[in-house]
Design a protein around this ligand. Structure first.
Ligand SMILES: *Cc1c(COP(=O)(O)O)cnc(C)c1O
Length: 416
């Protein structure tokens, strides 16, 4: 099956049900046939649903589809992208060990790694995603995970997958790639040897800014590396001494579900899983349209003489990597209007673009980081963080391109 067919049909046997579209199993729990059946389920001798914190039939359809689209072996849905990232790291890294993270990363992933994980005695160390010699240098004997983004949010650096994977494999360290901005139609990290893929499904997957959600996908490569991870080869007392690597074909997702989701509990609502199923049905069409609109806008603004950051612009420093790895570069771009006042006036004069700190909605969004997400930083700090005071970030939506360009052109004219 090709991807769009997977997205529309995989993992749901419509012939055996009453509905053509997957139903929402809005239930907390499931009835057992008898006490023996219940005992078998609890002892993991038989697969089945016990309680929706651990599994749910609607959510399972989404998990099967996203796993197939990313060429994984299994997937776990979570309540948010942040939960997916937290579970992926904490499935690998224990107290006293460390995670190595890309310097250009979603802000939430940086604070999780450098601040919150500190309380679990887990350290975070940075490497420069645009200079992979630094990755070799920061890895030590306690490094248990490497986290990076295929296209980084918001800096739009493009990962050199083959080089990162080569370095990680030499040391037997599991790689985690956040593929939110590229989507599985832009790039499939697992095809380049990445072990674990995560998504904020709140973005392109749900597609219209209607739900917070996340997911984790395990590749077939992961199992071999997990032989070096104590928690996968030693008995888990909470399941009568179960050994994840012996018991499961897909030990990473099995442990994330049976231990982390069971105990930390950031489960996705079946209703939101159903929204994600709907989103996946049209993701291939949307990501193409977002990318086409974004490239046209990037070219239009560049032609006006402003410095534009978009991976598929030939002038972009990531252009070569982007063309090597990406089929679509997505809808996010940024450009510098030179100063704070101009940037503010530009945003205030837009009519179709909404001033929102989110990305990857079907509707076009705009942010001015210096007056919102980065307002605590000084002028100098803004520059070193790569967000000069005149920087505008756009998430280009699915509106008609002529309307969007007219909107941008009008706002640019007003600021002179
Ligand atoms: C939004 C985002 C996240 C966080 O996801 P939530 O669903 O908001 O928790 C993580 N990574 C990237 C790249 C994102 O854009």
């Amino acid at each position: 099956m090709k991807d769009p067919t997977i997205a529309l049909h995989y993992g749901y046997n419509k012939n055996s049900e009453f509905t053509i579209h997957p139903p929402i199993y809005m239930t907390t729990a499931y009835e057992y046939q008898d006490t023996d059946h219940a005992a078998r389920l609890f002892n993991l001798e038989e697969e089945g649903n016990i309680y929706t914190r651990i599994s749910n039939p609607t959510t399972r359809i989404f998990e099967k589809r996203i796993s197939a689209l990313e060429r994984g072996v299994d997937a776990l849905a979570t309540a948010s992208g942040m939960a997916a990232i937290f579970y992926s790291i904490s499935n690998l890294v224990k107290s006293g060990e460390n995670v190595v993270i890309a310097n250009k990363l979603y802000g939430g992933s940086i604070t999780l790694s450098t601040q919150t994980l500190k309380q679990f005695n887990i350290k975070a160390k940075f490497f420069d995603i645009e200079n992979l010699e630094t990755l070799k240098e920061v890895i030590d004997e306690n490094t248990k995970a490497i986290l990076f983004e295929s296209i980084s949010n918001p800096a739009l650096a493009v990962a050199d997958f083959e080089k990162i994977v080569e370095i990680a494999n030499e040391k037997g360290i599991v790689t985690i790639c956040d593929n939110t901005l590229a989507t599985p139609y832009g790039v499939k990290p697992i095809e380049y040897g990445v072990d674990i893929v995560v998504h904020s499904a709140s973005k392109y997957i749900v597609g219209n800014g209607s739900a917070i959600a996340g997911c984790i996908i395990e590749s077939s490569n992961a199992k071999e590396k997990l032989k070096n991870y104590e928690q996968f080869i030693k008995p888990d007392e909470s399941y009568h001494g179960l050994v994840y690597l012996d018991k499961f074909e897909n030990p990473f997702i099995a442990r994330a579900r049976l231990a982390l989701l069971r105990d930390y509990g950031a489960v996705l609502s079946p209703f939101n899983a159903w929204l994600l199923i709907n989103g996946l049905e049209t993701l291939h069409l949307r990501i193409q349209a977002h990318s086409e609109n974004a490239l046209k806008i990037a070219e239009y603004i560049a032609n006006k003489g402003y410095k534009v950051n978009y991976p598929f612009l030939e002038s972009n420093k990531n252009y070569k990597l982007a063309k090597k790895y990406l089929k679509y570069a997505g809808g996010i771009l940024s450009f510098d209007l030179g100063n704070y006042e101009k940037a503010k006036n530009f945003v205030n004069n837009l009519k179709i673009f909404s001033l929102v700190t989110n990305i990857a909605d079907s509707k076009s969004l705009v942010t001015h980081p210096a007056s919102t997400t980065h307002q605590q930083l000084s002028k100098e700090e803004l520059i070193s963080a790569g967000v000069p005071e005149g920087l505008i970030r756009m998430s280009v939506g699915l509106e008609d391109i002529e309307d969007l360009i007219e909107d941008i052109g009008g706002a640019l004219e007003k600021i002179g």
